[in-house]
Design a protein around this ligand. Structure first.
Ligand SMILES: [Zn+2]
Length: 383
């Protein structure tokens, strides 16, 4: 049925509906053969028009789909390649931290140390892992979190130091290279007795063995020595020459001796490391001292002040500790006998339970060492 209906329709239907044909011709089917080519063309059109329209609309749809697809692909390519929006994360694994920071910044990313871990394979200060991984496309200005090696595991387990912010770190670390820093871990075992606080021998003070942790009983001299060792290793990797005033706890050195060690090597900076102790157990946080301007400190007063400001700022940032600020002192022998820029950092209160516990923690001491390193290199790069 359907086939019979369809077949004649193509031939007969136009013949009936075409008004021109019936008026120009005799009305029967033989008139069809006497049509001119032009007339025949228009006649034919009516018969094939429906099939032809179907084909055209399918093609048009395909064209539109293809065009949309092409536009989408182009837009995606532009989005990926557009310089102001997306960057590819560089591979920082195994790189030295300062180098890694520089590379990340050049790639318009915001590097951040999210943790320190012991590593059998990677040297102290090298990047162990990064998040996001290299090769990934991320928006410009994205955070790039780095886990850094703190060398071989000694005895106890390790925990991450969270949120260590290094965003303000100077990229001019290179220029700290070759400079000399004298690091003085404060105190030592045993009482040393009295010493003159200035070269004109006006006043004497007592040089003691320092404070002890209120709950842990940890001696200040041990904390200072451990922290100094960590700081030495971090500065060493930046090419800074480090001179330690002592490398064990049973060395007898008064504060004049310590100042003279720094003088003898013409240190660019001398850093004395101590902890505070107060009768008020609520007091906590970090303080940095620099010499008060006087006849002995005049020549290095300004530089010492600058170093104190950099170190205090980096320490507080690195440890998220209470910022007690920087202060001048004229009652310290290690300042008045110095001939080179010098500061004394007080990295926490051993009379405060919270600070005492923090100072007993290896990761916290690494954060302190990192803050000290950043402040010191920032200062040295300007010398
Ligand atoms: Zn002290």
């Amino acid at each position: 049925m359907k086939e019979e209906d369809a077949t004649p329709e193509g031939e007969e239907k136009p013949k009936l509906s075409n008004g021109e044909l019936s008026s120009g011709g005799s009305g029967d089917s033989s008139g069809f053969f006497s049509l001119s080519a032009d007339e025949l063309e228009s006649y034919r059109l009516a018969g094939v028009i429906s099939a032809s329209r179907k084909k055209r609309s399918l093609k048009a749809i395909l064209k539109v789909v293809a065009a949309i697809g092409l536009i989408c692909a182009l837009a995606f390519a532009v989005y990926l390649l557009w310089p102001s929006s997306v960057v590819r994360v560089p591979n920082l694994l195994g790189k030295n931290l300062s180098e890694a920071i520089e590379i990340a910044r050049k790639a318009s990313l915001e590097p951040q140390v999210s943790g320190w871990e012991y590593s059998q394979k990677q040297k102290k200060g090298e990047v162990i892992s990064q998040k996001p991984p290299s090769g990934k496309s991320v928006r410009k200005g994205s955070r790039l979190k780095l886990t850094v090696s703190k060398g071989l595991k000694p005895l106890a387990g390790s925990e991450d130091v969270q949120g260590l912010d290094i965003s303000a770190e100077s990229t001019a670390l290179q220029t700290a290279k070759g400079k000399t820093v004298c690091i003085d871990p404060g105190h030592g075992e045993g009482i040393l007795g009295e010493e003159w606080i200035d070269p004109e021998l006006r006043r004497m003070v007592f040089a003691d063995e320092g404070a002890r942790g209120i709950s842990t009983g940890n001696p200040e001299y041990s904390i200072a020595l451990d922290l100094s060792g960590k700081l030495l290793s971090l500065l060493d990797e930046e090419g800074v020459k480090v001179v330690l005033t002592r490398n064990s706890n049973d060395v007898k050195l008064n504060n004049i001796d310590r100042a003279e060690i720094a003088n003898s090597v013409s240190a660019n900076l001398s850093v004395h490391i101590h902890c505070s102790y107060s009768s008020d157990s609520r007091k906590n946080g970090i303080t940095t001292y620099y010499p008060k301007r006087n006849e002995w400190t005049e020549s290095f007063y300004e530089k010492s002040k600058l170093a104190a400001l950099y170190i205090q700022s980096e320490l507080v940032k690195s440890c998220k500790a209470t910022d007690n600020g920087v202060f001048q002192r004229d009652d310290l022998a290690c300042f008045n006998w110095s001939k080179v820029p010098t500061v004394q950092v007080e990295v926490g209160y051993l009379s405060n339970r919270g600070d005492d516990a923090s100072l007993a923690d290896d990761d916290f001491r690494w954060s302190l060492a990192w803050g000290l390193r950043s402040g010191i290199t920032k200062f040295l790069s300007e010398q």
